[in-house]
Design a protein. Sequence first.
Lengths: 136, 1030
Amino acid sequence: MFPIYSAAQIPEFTWRAAEVVTELDHKPQLVVRIAVSGGYFPHRALVPMMQIVRPDGEVIPSWFTRISPDNHTLYGYFATDLPEEGVIQFGYGDGPPGRVRAAFSSKQVTRLVRDRLGRDVVVVTQASLDKFRGPR
Amino acid sequence: MVVFIINGTVTEKESGVPLSRLFVKAYDKEGVFDAVLGAAPTDAGGRFEIPCRLTDFTPFFDKRPDIFFNVYREDRRTLVHASDRALRWRDGTVPPIEIRIPANEFAPPHLAQMRLTADDGVDRESLEAGESLIVSASGLRPIRTYEIVVSSAPKDLFVSRLLTDARGEIGSTVLWPQMGMDDPQTGRCLTYAESRNRWQGARLDVTLRLEGDTVVRRQVPLAKTFTRPFIMSSDREGRMLNGFERGAQGLHLAMHNLSFRGPARVYMVQRQHDWQVGDEFEVARLSGVESAVRELDVDAGDMYFEFAPADALPLGAFDFVVRPLRYGYEEDELLRVLPRDVLSGRRTTGVVIREQFLQGKPVLGGCVNKIPISGRWIDGAPYFRYADAFEIGEDVWAGFDPGIVDPANVGSMCGLYVVPSKTEAQWLMSNSLTHLTQLGGNANVQRVKLQVGCFNGNRHRVWPGVMQPGEYDIVADMGANLTPDAMAFTPDNAYNTPTDIIDGYFTPGFRVLEDPGVHTQPGLFAGTWDYDRAGLSALGLAGVVLVDDENTGYASPGVFSLVRWQVALRARTFFPADMAGVIDPAQISTTKASYPLVVIVHGNGHSYTSYDFLLRHLAMNGFVAASIEVPSDMHGLGRGNLALAHVAVLRAKFGNTVDNNIGLMGHSRGGEGVVKAARLNQQQMLGNNINAVMALAPTDQYGREVFGGTFATPFFVLYGSRDGDIAGWNPQIFTGGYTWRMTGFSLYDRASGAPKSMAFVYRATHNGFITGNESGDNPISVADQQAIVKAYLTAFFRRHLRGEAQWDGAFTGEWQPASANATGAQIYFQYQAPGGKSVDNFEGPILDWQSSTVGASVSHGATLPSDPAENRMFDYPPNNPGLDSRSPHDTQGLKIRWDDIGQRLVWTIPAAHKDVTAFTVLSLRVTIKEGSPNNIANLPQDFRVSLKDLANNQRAIRVSAFAVVPWPDQGSNLDLRKSALTSVRVPLKAYTIVAAGAPVVDLQNIAELALEFTIRDLGEIEVDDIEFTN
């Protein structure tokens, strides 16, 4: 038995993004957190994932992705230098991804004031992630 | 190999108190056989059973060796006692042995230990003012009341008397909450500066005494300089003030010794009884809407500010979390305790904002301090939970919430009694208190002080390891005069109004009985028998049956096309057995000649194999229980007919070992199907005695079934508020002419003619009761839902198939089975028994709120802001307008709104109905109107129900003393939130029992019944079924 949705209640996913400081490797790291909400994200055996697909087809994967405690929001953590535009996709492992209808635009990312950040905060960039991950 | 059992008990010699968690070893002293014959631990009753395994039994009895016993502590190494005489033989058998251990062996003085810590539970060299002084002790005598004297030379500050448990221990107990912020002798509160002056560098002496003799003495140095961060609610002068009445003043916070500077956030959060890093917290609301969060810049170690003005503060108990903010850190946004946070206290309540105390009494104007007290200590948040039912062997705790204790009593000494529950006549005859003899009688009553603003300081174990089933009250006897001075305090062994506090009086405070979700019949195992078409054919029974069914769902009775299914029968059966592994019904237990039968019918898309945990539990409780397979997409009629076909098979196979005493449980479509089965059984004259029907998250989509009349059977509905399948959608999204939200509520509403009950479980789902949660809307765990269904299903069938009346209170909502209560789930009940005298059920074609069912007038005397509205409860315009679009009910009711204290609605009782002495309860169903702005968010609704007799004697009883009218569950989908009626059952003796200051109402001459809105200053509710009943 599964939930019954009327046509008006099929989930509509939305996104919002902001820079946040999060602690990883015992260091404060400045990243962009993209929050996708509008559906239910269960915890599954496969790891959750989020990525931005640029207009030219290049895929920018998140550094990591988390599910909110209430299962209603998926958080993707990205380098701060995101593509100007693209499509946000999300899902689990290598399963077929869902997408957010509203296009991603880096102009809508809420940025933190650099001067107010602590001196020990590491600004995460795509280059540093590539270096960390190795060649894609 | 031969096995024989040596059994016995271990008790303390002087008192006879059973000693648990010891380890008993049996020895053959002569060495004829193995030196150690066997060993076993003692249970809560001090009992042990030692299985002795011998390769040759004969020489054992021929030689009759001397058997001795050694008793060890839980570590199995430390010897407590060695028996000095051998087991005596009697006619070649081994009689039970009683090992009686002298007190000085079980608890020798050198083993007595006492530990004193602060909130963090860590041993430190010194403590500081504002921390709580916490005591624990071990190596003491079991079930004894010890005195703990706290002194600051040369004076004794205060004395507490605490009860040890069956192991001779006193668990971690708050002795002095927020130590040093008040003067224990006068109760006067201090500012932090005053406390520094008085206590810095001081020393406390703590002495543990038994019957006047010192057992242990410890010293507690206070730091020379106080440096620990400390946050407290205070008055305008900065003196500790962690409790006040709403509206009396604003909320001020004093913060001291803050070790950080810069931006910070202060959260006012719902109180817990303990806090650990990682615990989630719920932020309170100011003025019902605004999050209770303040941001400030910390520029000094000591700060003082007004957190919120008086008119914005909510009722309740709250703690404070102060969080230093780091720019941009996402972790700082989390609503859970972080390691850097500073809390107002781990175990002390930050502030209690209470309603005006006199408004809170159950009898308006009557001096009965009845509050919930009994409860259990739990692991994890919120760490303490009130409870009214306890299983044998559990510990019963008393918790006095400073938010509801009479302010005049706070700070005073009291004696804690556990007494057998009394009837009204017994109370009238004598108000004396007799503390249970197994707890030492009146001479050993615990003496404690009702602490200021601290729940944990008011939490005491009052009955360790309960052994005696029954109904009990807990009384806090304030003695002859209120005093904070332990030396001057003497309990008077009587329950006196207005000062003494009671949990009970009108109804039992708590009861001790089996937990139906856990208890199984001793010695019973569960045998299994799976059958299918082939197996039945081999037995000469029909393995395939033809079953009539509907073709689809339909709104109007009878408007469907008949479909005939050919079904191969298949089911799984569990039955009582005398040993494990039994698979043939012929091997059914011989404990009884025959057993009742329960048949479970699953829902669509479910599997009949998912119910094993219920079947096994039923079998081990003495039922034959089967779960039948139903083809996919079969509807309600088919499920009902198929259930009856299986009943015939089971009765044929089990023969005389199964009673014609049958219970049915159906899930989802099966829930509606079993209701139809009860009807079909009568209509088809099948001769089955179906005596109980339970519907788990049932559909209500096959012809508006009415369960009543000649088919009436005791009925129980269990349904979850986050059901993602039978969610109770507005019927407009379906076709077929439905005009009600099709859930268990409507099925329940239409049932009549037999006792009916419905449990609405907040945040439970459709499938979570059995397999997994289909809804992602923050449901409670499957384990919790399974515990709930197991407890209530077992109690329901034990009640109606075995006639065990002790379960009745579980279905009226009076109490919860221990295993259901332990889940912490919010469970709300509706209950109705036939034979009541209806005052108003609001039924009938004439929708006139001013006339009642009992045949007289209804009036609000121009007090309400608008006239009440009488109509069908579900508003479904345009053809079926009603009261409330969020109502899940299929009945008529009354909607009432009030906007000021003192407004009321009065039902006149005609002379022909003035005598209500044949009844014991005044009952009504009530709900907060979901979505109405006229109720206070997240707060249960409350009002009083008054009765007035012909001589104008009147009493008004507060409904929250007997039931909760809950805030509707706030699932994420607004359309699925429900205005769900809950039964409020006020015992009629509340109108007649002694309550100083309140007149006694003559129940033979009732003239008026009224709803008195004297507690909340606004509200909008719906009511139904106002009646006198039992």
